[in-house]
Design a protein around this ligand. Structure first.
Ligand SMILES: Cc1cc2nc3c(=O)[nH]c(=O)nc-3n(C[C@H](O)[C@H](O)[C@H](O)COP(=O)(O)O)c2cc1C
Length: 324
């Protein structure tokens, strides 16, 4: 009978965990083996003080990495029982995973797991094809399975009202020089293992764009290559907004993203209206939902692209000294 996870299991699962998305691709996570359990931690050296002063984005990213870790362990036949924020005195420990009863992975888990290396943020314009009803339903189910909700904005007026909130949040953020400097510091022109490669930044923003793009650089677009006029916008929300809720939302985010990838859909994230408290409240009121919006996604069919780089797994593992 297994009593705990091994270094090999940790290394294999963490290799999948690091494929998770993170703000500016800072990859704010670490993974360690302690007393037979795998723990997901925040890396205090990878904070974004101007962009993410509360640590919301880091906890959402950590939750997304945790979802990949859970999935990888389940697919390897060693599913985990998870405790979130297990030690009140160590808030940077987001989760502790210990082995549950071994079982075979479900086909759904295998499908989502296979989507991990194929998922990436697609910031380019999408094709006009609508997202079919069954895919929309699957995305909502993915959020619900992780104790969150997903609101799809239906109709031009709902999308326009959202776009207004998002653009004004974007303008508020852009007024802060420290915020702009932080973003610029994480744009990468070369082959660095972190940050946002210019090649993944999508086309440069133009005045007619409905939704604000973050501004990671990008190329001038050809005439007529505008964004889709009626994007499918989805808002992911959680029951509350404690640190634990944010980790829960990160897991739901990753489940929604992998479900979208598995359904052949592309996604880009836009979190400006989440980062500005007044915009987030306006968004919540406009949806008429209890709970807290945690992420906004633009979803559609797009050009195939490439996953962005990650640091090697050995850089993010904390092993017991005798095993390092
Ligand atoms: C909490 C959070 C907020 C994000 N906000 C944005 C955003 O506002 N705009 C954007 O283009 N990408 C956003 N992203 C996506 C990241 O930039 C992206 O995940 C990262 O660069 C890694 O690239 P990948 O998603 O292709 O793996 C966000 C991701 C997370 C986890």
């Amino acid at each position: 009978m297994e009593t705990g996870y091994t270094v090999e299991q940790l290394r294999a699962a963490a290799t999948d965990a690091v494929r998770a998305p993170s703000l500016h691709n800072v990859q704010p996570w670490r993974f360690r083996l302690r007393d037979g359990g795998i723990e997901v931690l925040l890396d205090p050296t990878r904070r974004l003080p101007a962009t993410d002063p509360s640590g919301w984005g880091a906890r959402v990213a950590g939750g997304a990495a945790l979802f990949n870790l859970r999935l990888a362990l389940a697919v390897a036949g060693a599913p985990a029982t998870v405790r979130l924020r297990p030690y009140p005195s160590e808030p940077d420990v987001l989760a502790r995973l210990v082995p549950d009863l071994p079982r075979r992975p479900s086909p759904a888990e295998q499908g989502l797991y296979a989507a991990i290396p194929r998922r990436f943020s697609n910031r380019a314009p999408f094709w006009p094809d609508p997202v079919p009803a069954d895919s929309r339903w699957r995305l909502g189910e993915a959020a619900r399975a992780e104790h969150c909700w997903l609101e799809l904005l239906i109709g031009v007026s709902a999308v326009n009202a959202f776009a207004e909130i998002a653009r004004s949040a974007h303008r508020v953020l852009e007024r802060d020089p420290a915020y702009r400097a932080e973003r610029e510091a994480w744009v990468r022109a070369g082959t660095e293992p972190d940050g946002v490669p210019v090649t993944a930044s999508g086309p440069r923003a133009e005045p007619q764009d409905l939704l604000p793009s973050r501004g990671f650089g990008g190329t001038q677009r050809a005439p007529g290559r505008d964004f889709e006029p009626e994007p499918l916008v989805a808002v992911l929300g959680s029951a509350g907004n404690t640190a634990v809720d944010q980790v829960v939302a990160g897991q739901a985010l990753q489940r929604v993203l992998l479900t979208a990838t598995d359904a052949g859909l592309s996604v880009s994230m836009l979190s400006q209206p989440i980062e500005v408290p007044s915009a987030r409240e306006q968004l919540r009121l406009s949806l008429g939902r209890f709970g807290t919006p945690q992420m906004v996604m633009r979803i559609g069919y797009g050009q195939p692209g490439w996953p962005t780089p990650r640091r090697s797994v050995d850089e993010v593992l904390d092993l017991p000294v005798s095993l390092a």
